[in-house]
Design a protein. Structure first.
Ligand code: NAD
Length: 516
């Protein structure tokens, strides 16, 4: 069966529209709910499919199947679980181009960027293949006379993952390889805007030999999310998305007794000191500001230029913007653009409104991406790269997350003024400093109140064996994604205190005169 056959199933909605299904019990499951949402091709603006939106019956079925899958999977030996993970890694590595094409078709990002997100997810799969090391317990022999104390790390059971549209493969892969390696069963609720990557991954798990029910895809909206948050059968929630929803998820799931990690939005600043190499800074600011059309939680959205560098830097960034090619992420005649469209027309309009707000608040629009169109793709959700100078820090366009290809410049007079701006923001996801002064960089890493810091690196996404997560409104809960945090999150520890009869006397140690 082809991937298209597998990921789609007709429901009664409209015989001509492909309806993207759930994945329950190791198979594509057509929805019976009668509720769907459109899935666009952002490059053309056309609706290419509808995605099923689960109702309560389907939510219950998905969770029940995961519960049954968990009972089977937790009984697999470590060696057997590891062989499934290795098979999954090999299949993913061999066939990732297929997944990249699915991501580009629904998300709109350029193919090389889709491949990039898969590679970052694959890193976590590779980390997870070494899980026996990371879920080993500890043993203390003779903690008291004749008594040993040891700990085990056991899976939680059924775990829920709720993911955003911007990384339909990578973000779920931040969590599920580790959750599955640790012996849990996963119910993934992908973004309804680009739901097919999750189904492709489900099919791959099946091919890798994962028992049915251990990886479930529940398509849906708030109803599906609330079903996971409130079900007593779901032990934990891993969420990534916007801050208001992250906070809602954290509060609701906690209230229902679950372990929660909820990663939220961002507004990442790049602090440029006067001694920095401005060509390097301009290259990196353009990549980090406009790559993936700015729809990255680690995108740079504000450059804090410590004077006197702002004018030079703006000129260099402008030169580079002029060379950016914007178009269909899938490429035309084998030539890939630098930047694709935004995810929906509604989102594009919201980005545009933020530029209006900046302008109304007195900022200077140096490069204006509003109303941008691409020849032959006039209905696509494109927005041109936008550069804003002198944005007032009181403007909502400075303070809030825009999530589009909009880079703002704030001119500051000193390192301290720049640091103060970063630390006074509501978010604390990522930040970067560009300088050749090691002492300044060292001070920055100590003083800045942000979870992930780049030193001459604009998008400091940690490698899989460290952990990913921000501070403040960018992360609710105390567990980051992947790395050691991931293994801690997806296991719970048991401590065992044990004493055995002495084989010589068939009695406890007191028999040898020891009073415990
Ligand atoms: P979103 O918050 O709109 O949606 C995320 C998920 O929550 C989706 O699965 C969606 O179906 C669900 N959801 C949406 N509204 C809901 C509601 N009212 N109740 C319950 N569930 C709801 O986010 P998005 O637009 O898909 O993604 C972009 C956001 O994600 C940005 O804010 C970005 O910064 C953030 N993000 C953060 C990180 C990080 O690591 N901190 C990574 C990627 C994306």
């Amino acid at each position: 069966m082809s991937i298209t056959d597998t990921i789609s199933a007709q429901t009664g909605v409209d015989a001509d529209v492909r309806v993207i299904s759930h994945w329950i019990d190791g198979a594509a499951r057509p929805s019976q709910s009668g509720r769907t949402a459109p899935v666009y091709n952002p490059a053309t603006g056309a609706v290419q499919a509808e995605v099923a939106l689960a109702d309560q019956t389907e939510i219950d079925e998905a969770i029940a199947s995961a519960k049954a899958g968990y009972q089977v999977w937790k009984g697999y030996s470590i060696a057997r679980r590891q062989s499934v993970l290795f098979a999954f890694r090999e299949l993913l590595n061999a066939r990732k181009r297929e997944l990249a094409e699915i991501i580009t078709a629904e998300h709109g990002k350029v193919l090389s960027d889709a491949m990039g997100e898969i590679l970052r997810g694959q890193e976590v799969v590779e980390l997870a293949t070494g899980f026996p090391h990371l879920i080993k317990g500890a043993f203390s022999e003779n903690a008291s006379t004749g008594i040993d104390v040891y700990s085990l790390k056991q899976p939680l059971g059924v775990v829920g993952i709720i993911s955003p549209f911007n990384f339909p493969a990578m973000v779920p892969m931040w969590f599920f390889p580790i959750a599955i390696a640790a012996g849990n069963a996963v119910v993934l609720k992908p973004s309804e805007k680009d739901p097919s990557a999750a189904l492709w991954l489900a099919e791959l798990w099946k091919e890798a030999g994962l028992p049915d029910g251990v990886f479930t895809v529940l398509q849906g909206d708030k109803l599906a999310v609330d079903g996971l948050l409130t079900s007593p059968e779901v032990a934990s929630i891993s969420f990534v998305g916007s801050t208001p929803i992250a906070q809602y998820i954290y509060e609701t799931a906690s209230r229902h007794g679950k372990r929660v990690q909820a990663l939220g939005g961002a507004k990442n600043h790049m602090l440029v000191l006067p001694d920095a190499d401005l060509d390097l800074v301009a290259d990196q600011a353009v990549n980090a500001g406009y790559g993936a059309a700015g729809e990255r939680c680690m995108a740079i959205s504000v450059v804090l230029a410590v004077e006197p560098v702002a004018d030079d830097l703006i000129a260099k960034i402008q030169d580079r913007i002029a060379k950016l090619r914007i178009g269909n992420g899938a490429g035309v005649d084998g030539v890939e653009p630098d930047m694709g469209p935004l995810i929906t027309g509604i989102h594009r309009d919201k980005v545009s409104e933020y530029v209006d707000i900046a302008e109304a608040d007195g900022a200077k629009i140096v490069v204006d991406g509003r109303g941008y169109t691409v020849d032959g793709h006039e209905d696509g959700f494109f927005f041109g790269p936008t550069l804003i100078d002198d944005i007032p820090t009181t403007s909502r366009a400075y303070q809030e997350e825009i999530f589009g290809p909009v880079l703002s410049i704030v001119r500051v007079s000193s390192y301290d003024e720049g640091l103060e701006l970063i630390n006074s923001g509501q978010f604390g996801n990522g930040t970067a400093i560009f300088t050749n002064d090691g002492g300044a960089a060292r001070r920055f890493q100590n003083e800045v109140e942000v979870g992930m810091i780049g030193i001459n690196v604009p998008i400091p996404v940690p490698v899989a064996y460290h952990s990913f997560g921000g501070w403040k409104q960018s992360l609710f809960g105390d567990a980051k994604a992947y790395g050691v945090h991931g293994f801690d999150f997806f296991t719970r520890e048991k401590a065992i205190t044990s004493r055995w009869l002495d084989p010589a006397t068939r009695s406890l140690s007191e028999a040898r005169g020891i009073n415990l």
